[in-house]
Design a protein around this ligand. Structure first.
Ligand SMILES: [Ca+2]
Length: 205
């Protein structure tokens, strides 16, 4: 009977805080093995984005290096949606997650695991890669995605966040995730996840 009572209370509480719980669940959906995915909308299900991208929390720019890339909502690997990047003119386009306030809570020395699911069609003659940016500098770690034509594939890399000081006064240490496309064709991205695998215990300057 005690268990039943607990269940009734739990249901009541869930009813009250239902909105926050479901939002939290969305954030965790792309995480693996119980580790919390620190990337918001890593599963691209929230398509209430801003000016540069249809996806909440994600930005996009398609015209680096004289390129012309566009971004759109497409059928997902998980859930309903994913991000589709199409090339009109080869150059460099990028889908990015900027975390200037360090809401992910990343510290120098932390060990993290980055996971990206990708699918491609005729993505040729140019690098597809994740570039880790932010306080430690652009490209402090990179992870290449496969070129060519292939179905949903998981790409994963463990990395350690280097020590660096914010350049601006009052700036906070943070890292950003840039997914760059220098290929032709189409690239689909879903289930971007960044989890901490080990916290930094002691940082030496
Ligand atoms: Ca999705």
């Amino acid at each position: 009977m005690k268990l039943l009572k607990c269940l009734v209370v739990a249901c009541f509480v869930v009813g009250i805080v239902g909105i926050s719980i479901s939002a939290d669940k969305d954030t965790k959906a792309a995480g693996k093995e119980g580790a919390k995915n620190l990337v918001k909308n890593g599963d691209f299900e929230d398509t209430s984005g801003g000016e540069s991208s249809p996806f909440a929390y994600w930005g996009f720019w398609g015209q680096w290096e004289n390129g012309m890339y566009t971004i759109a909502v497409s059928k997902g690997h998980s859930g309903k949606y994913c991000a589709k990047i199409s090339c009109d003119t080869k150059g460099r386009g990028g889908l990015y997650y900027v975390d200037e306030k360090n809401e992910m809570g990343i510290n120098p020395g932390d060990k993290i695991k980055l996971t990206v699911w990708a699918k491609a069609k005729d993505a040729n003659d140019g690098r597809l890669f994740v570039n880790m940016e932010g306080t430690p500098g652009d490209g402090w770690a990179t992870m290449d995605l496969k070129q060519g034509t292939y179905d949903w594939t998981k790409f994963e890399k463990e990395m350690q966040v280097p020590y660096a000081k914010p350049k601006k006064e009052g700036g906070v240490f943070h890292i950003n995730i840039y997914i760059y496309n220098k290929s032709s064709g189409e690239l689909y991205i879903d289930d971007v996840s960044l989890v901490k695998t080990k916290e930094a215990k002691e940082i030496e300057e």
